[in-house]
Design a protein around this ligand. Structure first.
Ligand code: DIG
Ligand code: MN
Ligand code: MN
Length: 390
């Protein structure tokens, strides 16, 4: 067996909309035929994926009758059972239909906000019926071009009202479901509210049930904002709020490319996998490894599955490289925690005595500053592990 072949233990998942992306873009029509959800399940299972995610309308067309919905769900469940696939995450499409052209929860029109709430409640029911335990909110249309249209504080308060309402719905239904909020700075709106994972982490702290809500950071979105994705994910992990993650690749300064995982900034992809897999001996991320990405527009159907296999294979190669890197004795020596029995106790847990001791410490700034840190050697070692020569 190829060590980089995916297994269900890797918990790799894809959205129906990812492998089902038909290649339509603002400048061209679809280049691939639509992919039936049941075929997506079969093909993803064949590739070695563990789970498949969906927006409500990826599976049940907008406006479908109740009978049509039940038939589609029955067929989809049969495909999941036949291929041993699960549905780890579900979400609502609150961005495609023109009704959402000025947002959903933050819209100025109460009828739009009501429609968005109702659509989300129905989509939550669908996700739970399919076994989802995580529910993502991506507010792709929650934003502005003409910023004078509303006080941005109103957008925040309307979104909080909606999230608190939906948390209460999940509690009353006794659903075993957590919410994960996904940030993006812009596109399709000129500015999107809650533009980064950091904004989301604060927003969660203002909710009625913050314990039910975490984040779903995406590589491309934080990169579009010019931020370190790994640092944002680390802060979410440290706060116990990394409930889900959208893995892909992105070149800074461009539209949301949603490229195959690891296909752009390999160093950052390596450092992200090292963080998620805890190869430093630190706590690892236990949630789904979800690829929110799609194949190049140049690709045919076969290319779509090359894309899916490439996402998972690159993740597993980087995991093996990170394991080797953190097992390297020279690396261990360079990143080892510096311990100082006299100073460490003074650095947390304020007391007046500690102030006096800090003031009495014989610290020589010039001598301390003169120490080299060996980061050039460390980073070269990382490059050599990455390039497979060590
Ligand atoms: C875009 O990055 C968003 C939508 O694809 C979806 O709502 C969410 C789920 O991962 N990501
Ligand atoms: Mn994206
Ligand atoms: Mn995403």
């Amino acid at each position: 067996m190829d060590p980089f072949d995916p297994t269900p233990d890797d918990r790799f998942s894809f959205g129906l909309w990812t492998v089902g992306n038909t290649g339509r873009d603002p400048f061209g029509e679809a280049v691939r035929a639509p992919l039936a959800p049941t075929r997506a399940v079969a093909k993803l299972a064949e590739c070695g994926a563990w789970g498949v995610n969906l927006h409500d309308n990826d599976l049940v067309p907008f406006g479908a009758s109740a009978g049509e919905r039940d038939r589609i769900v029955r067929e989809f469940k049969a495909a999941l059972a036949e291929h041993g696939m699960c549905v780890p995450m579900a979400t609502t499409n609150l961005f495609s239909h023109p009704i959402f052209k000025d947002g959903a929860f933050s819209s100025n029109d109460p009828k739009v906000r009501a429609f968005a709430l109702r659509k989300t409640i129905d989509a939550i029911d669908l996700g739970v019926e399919l076994g989802a335990r995580i529910y993502v909110f991506w507010g792709g249309r929650e934003g502005t071009e003409a910023d004078a249209c509303r006080d941005p504080r109103t957008a925040v308060s309307r979104t909080r009202d909606a999230m608190d309402f939906l948390c209460e719905y999940v509690r009353e239904q006794r659903y075993d479901l957590k919410f994960a909020l996904e940030a993006k700075p812009n596109e399709p709106r000129s500015d999107i509210y809650f533009p980064t994972t950091g904004h989301m982490l604060h927003f969660i702290s203002t909710l009625a049930h913050p314990e039910m809500v975490g984040v779903n950071p995406e590589v491309a979105h934080e990169t579009m904002a010019g931020l370190s994705f790994t640092h944002g994910v680390a802060q979410a992990m440290e706060a116990g709020k990394l409930f889900h993650i959208d893995l892909n690749a992105q070149r800074i300064g461009r539209y949301d490319q949603d490229l195959r995982f690891g296909s752009e900034d390999v160093r950052q992809a390596f450092l992200l996998v090292r963080l998620l897999e805890g190869t430093m001996g630190t706590p690892r991320y236990e949630g789904p490894r979800h690829f929110d990405a799609h194949a190049y527009r140049t690709e045919d159907d076969a290319g779509v599955w090359d894309f899916a296999r490439g996402c998972m294979r690159t993740y597993k190669i980087l995991k093996a490289r990170a394991q080797a890197f953190d097992a390297d004795p020279e690396v261990k020596a360079l990143v080892a925690d510096q311990k100082d029995a006299a100073i460490d106790p003074l650095l947390a847990g304020y007391t007046r005595e500690k102030v006096a001791k800090l003031r009495a410490l014989p610290l020589d700034p010039a001598a301390i500053a003169s120490r080299g840190l060996g980061y050039e050697r460390l980073d070269q070692l990382m490059m050599e592990h990455l390039l497979g020569v060590r």
